[in-house]
Design a protein around this ligand. Structure first.
Ligand SMILES: Nc1ncnc2c1ncn2[C@@H]1O[C@H](COP(=O)(O)OP(=O)(O)O)[C@@H](O)[C@H]1O
Ligand SMILES: [Mg+2]
Length: 218
């Protein structure tokens, strides 16, 4: 499944090169996110998915061809399985972690390397037995106030042509907030970097046997 997500992303990056004629296709694909069939709504093991995304991005984190080494620190609390669209949640994790990597690469290329220890922290927690939260924190370039005002606009990017398509956050927001009734938020400064927080609701077990059923409580 993760392979499919990656293939989709690679497709997205490729389509960027072919220019404006593809924008229409991408927008229709985006619209389809909210019309997914419920059979894809199933148990998701968040911790396992984070590890899978990190494995996929290993060549951008530590096994790199340049000298940059990004240290990843994880702090997982015992999370229950949640209900969601696993592939879509993976896509969000992928987008956010990739953005963190790119923010660190940008800082690495433009700042004094010797005093910079590139780091991404990822944590999870349960909140009030109501939801789980996933935090993804980087010490990269941070998001300027001008950019913050436009962050969720489709095609907004500060990255060079060929790198950024400007759809990662708008897609992630739709997946988390519209498809899962969760929340996507961030705190950012150009001194400290950026922290994204994904909150996803925990669904109560409602069947008498105590087994979780597939009811969607949107
Ligand atoms: N972790 C981050 N650190 C700094 N800037 C970020 C981060 N995440 C997102 N951004 C900013 O938000 C913009 C939009 O992100 P996104 O929608 O993923 O598109 P893209 O990555 O293709 O540019 C980025 O171009 C960048 O300016
Ligand atoms: Mg992105």
């Amino acid at each position: 499944d993760l392979e499919l997500v990656t293939t989709d992303l690679i497709q997205l990056f490729k389509s960027m090169k072919t220019g404006a004629s593809r924008i229409h296709t991408v927008m229709s694909a985006l619209k389809n996110f909210t019309h997914l069939d419920e059979s894809g709504f199933k148990e998701v093991d968040i911790q396992k998915n984070i590890e899978a995304v990190l494995a996929l991005l290993r060549y951008r984190l530590s096994a790199r061809s340049d000298d940059l080494q990004i240290q990843v620190q994880t702090d997982y609390r015992n999370l229950p399985l949640i209900y969601g669209y696993a592939e879509q949640i993976n896509q969000v994790l992928f987008n956010l972690i990739l953005n963190a990597i790119e923010a660190i690469e940008c800082k690495y290329n433009h700042w004094n390397r010797h005093s910079f220890q590139p780091q991404i922290k990822i944590w999870t927690e349960i909140r009030d037995n109501q939801s789980i939260a996933i935090g993804i924190q980087d010490n990269g370039i941070g998001i300027s106030l001008e950019s913050q005002a436009r962050l969720f606009e489709p095609f907004f990017t500060t990255k060079p042509a060929g790198q950024g398509l400007g759809l990662g956050l708008v897609t992630s927001q739709r997946i988390i907030e519209e498809m899962h009734n969760g929340r996507l938020s961030y705190v950012s400064s150009t001194e400290k970097g950026t922290q994204w927080i994904v909150e996803l609701p925990l669904f109560k077990q409602s069947s008498p046997s105590g087994r979780a059923d597939n009811t969607i409580n949107f």
